[in-house]
Design a protein around this ligand. Structure first.
Ligand SMILES: [Zn+2]
Ligand SMILES: [Zn+2]
Length: 343
């Protein structure tokens, strides 16, 4: 038997092709994929030239599916469990691994992640260590589970770090898959959310996701627009999910004095002027990178308990055969969340 899966060929080319069958090793489980999200950080591997990464490793770090077989010694997961993947490997011995933060494991030679250094979710089956399997509430769909496995839970935990409450106005810079989830979660947590983007379609999605205001930053006036919506003060909290120098600065400037700003968008750089941007404005500037295994379970339970309609942000689901076309559209900036689905 072969596995149908996606292969990144290099330089933004991909195909669906056959891969050899797999079996779970000790403490591993075999998962039949039901959904696998496309995340912005997959694009770094997609854009990479041939030779920069192993093209025989299936991408996809938002895997979600059903456990169909167990390797030896598995005790925490059963056949039939619906699981999301906390997609990082670790030594399983250190403080970070034992507290569910395998991505922070300092033991270099054991670190890796599904969809990067070992097979991810863009295939009919994958194997995963039982420690990375996080069970899902019944109310959460497989597509939502895939979204939660990276993008949506990243937004959820950034908002927790911002200590967001119903007293706050929250400005979210960037309405891609992470920013849209932040808009929806921010509204569900009671805040009034100002969604910022330069794309009209994304701003419409943000409004539908519950944004109090959706503002167009095409002319670079987001900070002024946010201040005028907040009695000249600025937002209580801001979240930067675009990963651009200009929105990173704006996220600091748009926060009120004594406000909080959180950086989530990765890569690139920024220049802050410490005195006007941070010190004299008593800004609390924080960073947030993904979440722990327990954090993934918590975000999924929040979606179930509050009936957060994450599924409404998933604009394209495709088959594994259609995945290369979906990557072309995703890489071109088509709005919304993309996921590969298996019936
Ligand atoms: Zn470790
Ligand atoms: Zn991701």
């Amino acid at each position: 038997m072969t596995i149908r899966g996606v292969r990144f060929l290099g330089d933004s080319q991909s195909e669906t092709s056959d891969f050899p069958d797999i079996e779970p090793g000790p403490n591993e489980v075999l998962i039949r994929l039901r959904s696998s999200g496309l995340c912005g950080s997959d694009l770094r591997n997609y854009y990479a030239s041939a030779g920069e990464r192993d093209i025989n490793v299936r991408p996809g770090h938002e895997p979600c599916g059903e456990v169909v077989a167990l390797g030896s010694g598995v005790t925490q997961v059963s056949v039939g469990d619906r699981v999301m993947q906390h997609h990082y490997d670790g030594c399983l011995q250190c403080f970070y691994c034992k507290s569910g933060w395998q991505q922070l494991c300092p033991v270099d030679d054991t670190r890796g992640y599904y969809g990067g250094t070992r097979h991810g979710g863009h295939g009919d089956f994958m194997t995963a260590h039982e420690s990375t399997c996080v069970k899902m509430p019944d109310e959460v769909t497989f597509e939502e589970g895939a979204y939660l496995a990276c993008g949506a839970s990243t937004a959820f935990h950034a908002l927790k770090k911002l200590d967001l409450s119903g007293r706050d106005v929250l400005a979210v810079f960037g309405q891609g898959p992470v920013g849209l989830a932040a808009t929806m979660f921010g509204e569900a947590m009671g805040a009034r959310v100002i969604a910022v983007d330069v794309n009209a379609e994304r701003l419409k999605m943000a409004e539908d996701a519950g944004a109090w205001k959706a503002i167009d930053n095409s002319d670079g006036t987001a900070v002024e627009q946010i201040r005028s919506l907040t009695h000249g003060e600025g937002a209580d909290a801001t979240l930067e999910a675009a990963g651009l120098p200009v929105t990173r600065v704006a996220a600091a400037e748009a926060a009120r004095i004594f406000g909080r700003a959180c950086l989530v968008g990765e890569g690139g750089e920024v220049t802050y002027e410490p005195t006007p941007h941070i010190i004299h404005r008593h800004l609390t500037l924080i960073g947030s990178w993904t979440f722990s295994t327990f954090g993934l379970a918590e975000a999924a339970q929040f979606v179930a308990d509050r009936d957060v309609p994450l599924r409404s942000l998933i604009t394209e689901t495709c088959s594994i055969e259609e995945a290369p076309g979906a990557y072309t559209r995703f890489a071109s900036g088509t709005p919304g969340k993309f996921a590969i689905s298996w019936a």
